[in-house]
Design a protein around this ligand. Structure first.
Ligand SMILES: C[S@@+](CC[C@H](N)C(=O)[O-])C[C@H]1O[C@@H](n2cnc3c(N)ncnc32)[C@H](O)[C@@H]1O
Length: 223
C-alpha cells in the first residue's frame, strides 16, 4: 500500500514536471513569434524578472562577463540596456578609481530606477543616461569598451546600431555582447557575427557556449 502511494506520487511529480516543461517551451515559442511580428523594448518591470539570482549565479555571471572585456582602470565604458545594473556594477568596479560607465537606455523608467539604486548604494562612477543607440551623444572614438547583455537582438536595426557604436569606439576598443538562449530574441552566434561584419567590425574573441555566449568585436584585429 505504502509502496503504491510512493509510486503514484512519483508519477504525479513526473507528469507535473513534463507539463511545466511543455508550458515553458510553449510560452517561449509564443514570445518569440510575438517579438518577431511586433518588436518593442522590454518594459522596465520585466528586467527585474530577467535579471534574477539564478541567472547571475549559474548562467551569466556578472564578474565573468566583466573579466572577458579586458578592462583597465580609468576606462570609459558604455553599457546599452543596463536593466537593474548588476552587470554595470561588476564592470564599474574594475575601472576604478577614475573610470566611468555610461549606462544608457531609451526608457526613462529604466534610467530612473537605476539612478535611485546608485544613489542608495552611493556608487559614483556609473552615469545613467537616456540615449538612443542609433544616435549616441558621445564624441567619435571616445569610448574604450561598449557592452550589452541580452539587448542587441532586441534593437530592430542591429547593423545601424553597430555602425553608431563603431563611430564612438576608440581604434583599440572592444565591443562585447552576451546572449542567453532563453531570451526570446536570442540570435545565433553566426547571426551576431554577420551583423557586426556588415557594420564593419572585426570579430576578436568568443566565450561560453551555445546556450550562453559572449562575443567580442573591435575595429581591427587584436595584435
Ligand atoms: C532586455 S533589456 C536589457 C536587459 C539587461 N541588459 C539584463 O541583462 O538584465 C533591453 C534594453 O534595451 C533597451 N533598448 C532598446 N532599444 C534601445 C535603443 N535604441 N537605444 C538604447 N536602449 C535601447 C530597452 O529599453 C531595454 O531596457
Amino acid at each position: 500500500m505504502i509502496l503504491n502511494i510512493g509510486l503514484v506520487l512519483r508519477d504525479i511529480c513526473s507528469i507535473t514536471v513534463i507539463i511545466i516543461v511543455i508550458l515553458l517551451f510553449y510560452l517561449f515559442v509564443v514570445a518569440k513569434i510575438i517579438r518577431k511580428i511586433h518588436p518593442f523594448p522590454i518594459p522596465a518591470f520585466m528586467t527585474r524578472i530577467i535579471d534574477n539570482p539564478i541567472r547571475r549565479k549559474f548562467i551569466q555571471k556578472p564578474y565573468l562577463i566583466a573579466e572577458r572585456m579586458n578592462l583597465q582602470p580609468g576606462m570609459k565604458v558604455i553599457e546599452i540596456g543596463p536593466g537593474k545594473g548588476n552587470y554595470t556594477k561588476a564592470v564599474a568596479s574594475k575601472i576604478l578609481p577614475d573610470g566611468e560607465v555610461y549606462a544608457i537606455d531609451i526608457q526613462e523608467s529604466v534610467i530612473n530606477r537605476l539612478k535611485k539604486r546608485l544613489e542608495n548604494e552611493e556608487i559614483k562612477n556609473i552615469i545613467p543616461m537616456i540615449n538612443d543607440v542609433y544616435n549616441l551623444t558621445f564624441e567619435n572614438e571616445s569610448i574604450d569598451r561598449i557592452f550589452a547583455i541580452a539587448c542587441l537582438p532586441e534593437i530592430p536595426n542591429p547593423v545601424q546600431a553597430l555602425m553608431e557604436l563603431k563611430r564612438v569606439l576608440k581604434p583599440e576598443g572592444i565591443i562585447s555582447f552576451s546572449e542567453l538562449f532563453i531570451d526570446p530574441d536570442y540570435p545565433l552566434r553566426r547571426t551576431e557575427k554577420k551583423w557586426a561584419k556588415e557594420a564593419g567590425l572585426v570579430f576578436i574573441e568568443r566565450f561560453g557556449n551555445f546556450f550562453s555566449y559572449q562575443l567580442n568585436f573591435g575595429r581591427k584585429l587584436k595584435n
